[in-house]
Design a binder for this molecule. Structure first.
Ligand code: ATP
Ligand code: MG
Ligand code: MG
Ligand code: MG
Length: 477
């Protein structure tokens, strides 16, 4: 099956079970102070779960574009290094709002995976919540008994509160969950340890593909749990991981989701994918990061120096540096991936193809601007480490302030050389800068419109190029 067919099969499977197919929400969240980016399929249904809105349909399904680069879910450091965490990924989901519950959710998940997708049953494991005495939470034996009618008992593993109990926050809806894992190790490897139970924490080839959450409690302010009057199902399956399992690959990047982009990068770099771990990682990073950056821009978040915008700028700069150092791209290149991506997502997320040239232009401008200082910045870094055994805060700040190196990029460069960064020193220098700039703003109020929204704006620093354009833009005429 191609990835396109796999996605369609998911949606039509649930459509046939009376689910309404709904569009993905944008990846950029504008009206929720607790969340910058959509990080799960359930985000757009939060009000329904909280009982604040009534659902139009009690069963829905979709593929949601998600971004996990900030807050509680931040997978950025894993991306490209491992083969199954992405910045932007699709989460396939099916929901029941007070309609069906565990029995159907479990039976359908199993039917879809083993009958429609024909995944090898011998490679599937499921987990259920083991309970937590301290918290007064019971084992989810209901789920255990239901799974028993589909899976051999030695494939049903117990999971702790961290992995198998979902909570929206300190208070609100919560409940146990059941994860489905797929074992992609070779037959020989599996034979060698037959009988041992494995989940993804134990082996990178045993990966979590689907999470079925059963919302059945409401946590009160006192910490007490009360049963929800209407129980809900919330599931999320990583599309790229599913494709990998079905296509029998050992890396998400070997599937037809990523290969067209990787091959394009490889050809332009004149380097074969698979030839060297360093260049492979760089190609994986590029093929991943461009997706996050492109959809963020298409959904309304331009790269900038604040909050969500700075998260996007950091991801892009990280990609530019990988392309520059490991793949030899000394001039803008990443923007050329945008048309390829737009075409790939046509008919799935049309937001990108509709704004393709705008998105490409923004990425190009970002590349041009960062490449202007990257060469000298890297040179400065090389010279510096020839004479130092650690990155001092002041130097990290210089890279940040003069050369536009986000601190996590400096951290990455330092890690590659086995060096530490003095983060406290960096924060101190940043703070001093902030105070200087505040003083400067106070003097300038006659000529300049205030750019900051007071305390709401998290000041992350002063990027010279960005600051110049910002000031020009906001100058009173
Ligand atoms: P993991 O333990 O692998 O980090 P998770 O438990 O954080 O995954 P969930 O919050 O349960 O993930 O999300 C539901 C599904 O989304 C997962 O089962 C997985 O298939 C997929 N998923 C989660 N994070 C990512 C990611 N960064 N990239 C790709 N797929 C992901
Ligand atoms: Mg995770
Ligand atoms: Mg997990
Ligand atoms: Mg999970």
């Amino acid at each position: 099956m191609t990835s396109k067919e796999i996605r369609e099969a998911f949606l039509s499977f649930f459509k046939n079970k009376s689910h309404d197919i709904v569009p993905s929400a944008p990846v950029v969240v504008k009206d929720d102070p607790t969340l910058m980016f959509t990080n799960a399929g359930m985000n757009q249904f939060k009000e329904i779960f909280l009982g604040e809105t009534l659902p139009k349909h009690t069963r829905v399904t979709d593929t949601q574009r998600c971004l996990r680069v900030s807050g509680k879910h931040n997978d950025l450091e894993e991306v490209g290094i491992d083969t199954y965490h992405h910045t932007l990924f699709e989460m396939l989901g099916n929901w029941s709002f007070g309609d069906y519950f565990k029995k159907e959710a479990i039976a359908w998940a199993w039917e879809l995976l083993t009958e429609v997708y024909q995944l090898d049953q011998d490679r599937l494991y499921v987990t259920i919540f083991e309970g937590d005495e301290k918290e007064g939470l019971e084992r989810d034996s209901e789920a255990y008994d239901l799974w028993k009618s589909h899976v051999a008992e030695d494939r049903i593993l117990l999971g702790n509160k961290k992995d198998n109990f979902w909570e929206m926050g300190e208070t609100g809806p919560c409940g146990p969950c059941s994860e489905i894992h797929y074992d992609m190790r070779s037959d020989e490897e599996r034979e060698a340890i037959r009988g041992q139970q494995l989940v993804n924490a134990d082996d990178p080839q045993v990966i979590e593909i689907w999470n079925l959450v059963f919302m059945q409690f409401n946590r009160l302010k006192s910490g007490k749990l009360e049963p929800l009057p209407a129980k809900h199902v919330d599931t999320g399956m990583g599309f790229e991981r599913l494709v990998r399992a079905i296509q029998g690959k050992t890396s998400n990047y070997d599937t037809d989701v990523f290969q067209p982009i990787i091959q394009f990068i490889a050809e332009r770099a004149g380097i074969t994918y698979g030839a060297d771990e360093k260049t492979d990682i760089a190609m994986r990073v590029l093929s991943d990061h461009i997706r996050a950056v492109s959809f963020a821009i298409a959904d309304g978040q331009l790269p900038s120096n604040n909050k969500a915008g700075y998260v996007i700028r950091r991801i892009l700069r990280r990609a530019v540096r990988y392309a520059y150092t490991f793949l030899g791209f000394k001039t803008p290149f990443i923007n050329e991936l945008v048309p390829l991506l737009a075409k790939q997502f046509e008919g799935v997320f049309d937001e990108l193809i509709q704004q393709q040239s705008f998105v490409q232009k923004v990425v190009l401008e970002e590349e041009v601007s960062f490449l202007r200082t990257l060469t000298t910045g890297i040179q400065r870094f090389e010279n510096y480490i020839a004479e130092h055994s650690a990155i001092e805060g002041d130097f990290a700040f210089e890279l940040f302030d003069t050369y536009g190196f986000p601190i996590d990029l400096t951290g990455l460069l330092a890690r590659e050389k086995g060096l530490r960064v003095d983060m406290e020193g960096f924060q101190r220098a940043l703070q001093q800068q902030k105070e200087r700039s505040r003083a400067a703003t106070a003097i300038d109020t006659g000529d300049w419109v205030t750019v900051s929204n007071g305390d709401e704006t998290e000041f992350v620093g002063y990027d010279y190029l960005e600051a110049t354009t910002q000031l020009l833009k906001y100058r009173k005429v």
